[in-house]
Design a protein around this ligand. Structure first.
Ligand code: AP5
Ligand code: ZN
Length: 212
């Protein structure tokens, strides 16, 4: 199936996309990870505010559509079923997505604002394999070390409190209209994203099954 997972920064999109990918054997397509792997790419020919994706990301701003649309098109072309996470983030991207693919499920993870800030500022990520942890909610067996691969756990540059607030403002301004758009089409499935990761997965997995 083709599954779109929406939600504000910190809602658990990356965490739950891993469950979806495993359950359905589909590709996890995430623009955030793809861009983190191309932070230094030269995009100066686009005539935009910065010369690399990384500069937009570290400021909490959206990377230009031209860059992100291309990443998504290539990834979706190669996928036989996918869970898409981190895209679309504005109405132009939603329009582009509608032109290149069909969605079977559109799900939204809903989490109160203050919990988002707490989750993001406490997140730690494995420098080697990308697994997410949290200083309170999801600690590794050994402090600072990844359970999966032994890699070092680091804080993402955009997870400081100030940049988290900026990312949430960008979400309100640019991405909330995308959610309203799918809601108006009657396609949106709302999931309470506030419980433990396992509780959220129970609710999300059941809602996906009911929609397919
Ligand atoms: P991106 O990487 O997509 O970041 P984001 O949307 O801000 O989402 P996050 O990865 O921060 O959160 P998440 O919802 O995946 O939550 P997670 O599972 O990690 O984008 C980064 C940047 O790239 C953007 O700011 C932009 O610059 C650029 N970009 C990306 N896509 C773009 C696009 N389409 N257009 C333009 N620019 C784009 O969980 C968060 C934390 O909470 C973790 O620590 C986790 O362990 C914990 N947690 C998860 N679930 C729970 C739970 N149920 N209870 C307690 N803790 C939990
Ligand atoms: Zn690791």
């Amino acid at each position: 199936p083709n599954i779109l997972l929406l939600g504000p920064p910190g809602a658990g999109k990356g965490t739950q996309s891993g469950n979806i990918a495993e359950e359905y054997g589909v590709d996890h397509v995430t623009t955030g990870d793809a861009l983190r792997g191309n932070k230094g790419m030269d995009i100066s020919d686009l005539d935009v505010a910065y010369d690399t994706p990384g500069e937009f990301m570290d400021a909490g701003e959206l990377v230009p559509d031209a860059v992100v649309n291309e990443i998504v098109k290539t990834a979706l072309n190669e996928a036989d079923g996918y869970v898409l996470d981190g895209y679309p983030r504005n109405l132009d991207q939603a329009q582009y997505l509608g032109d290149i693919t069909d969605l079977d499920v559109v799900a939204l993870l809903e989490v109160p604002r203050e919990e988002l800030v707490e989750r993001l500022t406490g997140r730690r990520v494995c420098d080697d394999c990308g697994t997410n942890y949290h200083v309170e909610f999801d600690q590794p067996d050994e402090a600072g070390v990844c359970d999966e691969c032994g890699g070092e756990l680091v804080q993402r540059e955009d997870d400081t409190e100030e940049t988290v607030r900026d990312r949430l403002s960008v979400f309100d301004e640019n991405t909330q209209p995308v959610i309203d758009h799918y809601d108006e089409q009657g396609e949106l499935v709302r999931i309470d994203g506030e419980g433990t990761p396992d509780e959220v997965w129970s609710a999300l997995g059941a809602a996906i099954e009911a929609t397919l």
